[in-house]
Design a binder for this molecule. Sequence first.
Ligand SMILES: [Zn+2]
Length: 250
Amino acid sequence: MGSYLDGGSIRAPRKCAAIIFYVSFCMARKHLRAVLFGPQGSGKGTQGRMLADYFGVPLIGAGELFRAEIQEKSALGKLVKSYVSRGALVPDELANAVMQKRLKAIHLDHGFLLDGYPRNVDQAESLDTIVKMNLALQIKISDVESLRRLLGRRQCMGCKAAFHAEDYPSTKPNVCDVCGQKVVQREDDNEEVIRARLAAYHFMTEPLASYYRQQGVLLAVKGEQPVPSLYEELVRKIRKLGFVPAKKSV
Ligand SMILES: [Zn+2]
């Protein structure tokens, strides 16, 4: 029997503490299984890319999955194309079938950030049958700010460089800083189209907030702030929930 002064018995609790620390650290390493939603102009695309990179999870864009299905020319893909090609909304049953098929083919165990799906509560319920989210990110901006951001968007006709009439205009009016070609407003960036999309967002997509709040996974943030400060706030709040960044090779 070793006394308390015995070297071995002093080291043992330390080893034990180290193991407990290691185990709790590993258990704390939970992977993001997140969805991201917000109105057009909320900056969710940009934030999604940066957050996926920071937390080391793939960013899954629903649009890409739909395009892949169309390209594959599967029965589902052909059906999707028949709606998309005439500018119609893909019905929930079809959208859910495509996402079920595509997501089941992706290894989701190590986390992901999903953008562009679900767009309504029915779709969220369908998604829940494949994988349960542990975080739903909602970026909120007012309609006024959404309109201001989208109506100010300008794009170079040549190199497609992006500008904003108020926030980051080209040095010379309507002339691209990168290639010198003409900078224009995109055709679908008109007030009527944007207002219709915002109305659809409020009616269909926004109810996701209460759906995910009930599941206890909603994190809503105000998007009316510069990109870096919104990113900083999101990272801080997501980390506070116990998600840790990917190992950086620094
Ligand atoms: Zn250009």
